[in-house]
Design a protein. Structure first.
Lengths: 175, 175
């Protein structure tokens, strides 16, 4: 399945900056039967982690997260860029592949002890996923796993996410 | 159903600026049974418009759009803020409630004659939805309808969207 999906992902050289090959999943999302297969497969992996909620990372993570919440009938929790969530938030700063960023989650979005699966389209350096995990834990939740559509293995995101149960569907060993 | 959903939407005064009451749907998204009902209901309305693809507007529109694409087994097309899509795009500038903005869609995301439903969480002044519709049409597609979770009727978004087939689930007549 991974190789078939890879054939649907577009490689865009020099985006967002020179020397980076961007893996563009929009060409996969527009192939409906494959998108459905992706969601079903990720849902299966989520289920194994026995979650009580899905936390998805803005923006592309929302596409998968929304579909997974629907499919698994689990609460959808958005992790957003600063200033987007209207109510009280917990914040976490982090390094990402091309700079620094901040992630926010509403302080009442996670219940004490709630088991949360973190969903994003891409695992790169792991900075975003780690920030999301810290937010879940700060708010009293438990990270029961992380699920990604694409993993850029050469960026070694898994190293900074040790101790978390990770799954990715499509892996790129080299740039 | 609309009144039940309204009870789950949080009203945040003075966001994003003084005098505005922000309708926060995150509290609804975190109620899984209601989120599933919302998606099923919107899917039913989408189906009536006989679409061949779902175009969703970044970011909150992605949550509903992802779930609807999955549910209806239709291609997912993202409309994003400038600079986010990695490939060739068509752009459309527009006015929105709190300023100006630009929306982009990949030029190959829509096929000639393809019937597209536009999905977003919120219909406010209609500027964003109109920009999305123009993009669909510029790229040779046909807007078969628009579907929203929330409509702020007092902002009269429908006036600038005349000729389009609109559906919204939860309506606010006054601020």
């Amino acid at each position: 399945m991974a190789e078939e999906l890879k054939a649907l992902i577009r490689n865009v050289p020099d985006f967002p900056k020179k020397g980076i090959v961007f893996r563009d999943i929009t060409t996969l999302l527009s192939e409906a039967p494959q998108f459905v297969r992706v969601v079903d497969r990720l849902a299966e992996e989520c289920s194994k982690k026995n979650p009580q909620a899905i936390l998805a990372v803005e923006s592309r993570g929302f596409v998968l997260g929304g579909a997974l919440s629907y499919r698994l009938e689990l609460p959808f929790i958005p992790a957003r860029k600063p200033g987007k969530l209207p109510w009280n938030t917990e914040k976490e700063d982090y390094e990402l592949e091309y700079g620094r960023a901040t992630l926010e989650v509403h302080t009442d979005a996670i219940k004490r002890g709630q088991r949360v699966v973190i969903v994003d389209d891409l695992l790169a350096t792991g900075g975003t996923a780690l920030a999301a995990a810290k937010l879940v834990e700060k708010l009293g939740g438990k990270v029961s796993g992380m699920v990604f559509l694409v993993e850029l293995e050469f960026l070694k995101g898994r190293q900074c996410l040790k101790g978390y149960d990770l799954f990715s569907l499509v892996k790129y060993a080299t740039e």
